[in-house]
Ligand binder design. Structure first.
Ligand code: TRP
Length: 347
């Protein structure tokens, strides 16, 4: 069977380092592994509109930002098809038929939907389109016959629902859809990077994100003002590394060669952690090191972004070509789905 990746992001803001370690970095590795026959990367504007109906301009502006983030992280349009969700009407069409295979109660139990409803404070005014987005996401995945979906851990319930829809569809209409596997980040710290303020999640509204497009000084300032262990008051005090965002970021980003280059007093992160836990190691020193590590990772991304920003018409052309290619594939699946459902009346 063909190995196919589909994944994507909502264009509601620029992408941050949480997106990077949670998903983008892995995508680039998978892209360059040569193990996949096709890779589709979707800018999920239709999904973004499910809770931004009144802010179409925000979604529109962020399409290009997300595309720039993709390209600057190393997604290569020669190897990965980057496209815009709403420009593929087959995705909406599939969603409409899949909705008949899913109950309201089932979506209501989806933990990610549940927590997002809470977060957005919808109370009893949940937009129907928002509520249905797990179904639309199943359409995104199956339209491209994706076998693998690299995403962050919060997307696990979406994948589960997608697999249920695939089973249900195939058992009613005959083997048509492909069942996808989720690919989670392999490093635990990357599953969910906390905000710089120590809150569980990076979020634009909380202002606790480090963006891939932040300049060097902005990153430095954000790192130096990061939340750490509140009980680590004096340098001599023993410090906690668990749940300490500075150490979670180091878990996610630092490699032994960073120690060699920037802080040879320690061989690796374990040694650094041990010293912090014993006491006698100040937060400022660790933050300076984290800043060096982050700058090392982000500098090439920033550099590539600058180059692409100078060629915006080319970026739009990449999106246009990618969308055309993606549409051909989705249309073939739609054709097969119609045949399976016996709604291909004129054939
Ligand atoms: N839900 C994803 C996000 O919040 C975006 C997305 C839409 C997606 N459709 C998808 C991800 C299909 C993976 C597969 O960013």
């Amino acid at each position: 069977m063909k190995q196919v990746i589909l994944t994507g992001d909502r264009p509601t803001g620029r992408l941050h380092v949480g997106h990077y370690v949670g998903s983008l970095k892995r995508r680039v590795q998978l892209q360059n592994s040569g193990k996949f026959d096709q890779i589709f990367i979707m800018i999920a504007d239709a999904q973004a509109l499910t809770d931004n109906a009144h802010q179409p301009q925000k979604v529109r502006e962020n399409i290009i930002q997300v595309a720039l983030d993709y390209l600057s992280c190393g997604l290569d349009p020669e190897k990965s098809t980057i496209f815009i969700q709403s420009m593929i009407p087959e995705l909406t069409e599939l969603t409409f038929y899949y909705m008949n295979l899913v109950t309201v109660a089932r979506v209501g139990r989806n933990p990610t939907v549940k927590s997002e409803i809470k977060m957005r404070d919808f109370k009893t005014s949940i937009p129907l389109g928002f509520f249905a987005y797990p179904v639309s996401q199943a359409a995104d995945i199956t339209a491209f016959r994706a076998t693998a979906v690299p995403v962050g851990e919060d997307q696990m319930p979406m994948l589960e629902q997608c697999r249920e829809i695939v089973h249900s569809f195939n058992s009613i209409y005959g083997e048509t859809l492909v069942e996808p596997q989720i690919i989670l980040p392999d490093n635990k710290a990357c599953l969910r990077l906390p905000g710089t303020d120590g809150k569980a999640k990076m979020s634009k509204s909380l202002g606790n994100c480090i963006y891939l497009s932040d300049d060097e000084e902005t990153v430095r300032k954000k790192v130096m003002s990061m939340f750490t262990d509140p009980n680590h008051v004096r340098v001599e005090d023993p410090g906690r590394v668990e749940g300490n965002p500075v150490f979670v970021y180091l878990d996610a980003f630092s490699r032994p060669d960073h120690f060699e280059r920037f802080w040879p007093e320690y061989k690796n992160l374990d040694e650094l952690k041990a010293h912090y836990q014993r006491g006698g190691l100040g937060d400022v020193k660790i933050k300076k090191f984290l800043n060096q590590v982050l700058q090392d990772e982000l500098a090439p991304i920033r550099e590539r972004r600058k180059q692409w920003e100078a060629h915006l018409p080319e970026v739009y052309e990449i999106l246009k070509k990618g969308t055309e290619k993606a549409r051909t594939v989705a249309a073939q699946t739609m054709h097969d789905v119609r045949a399976a459902m016996k709604i291909n009346y004129f054939e």
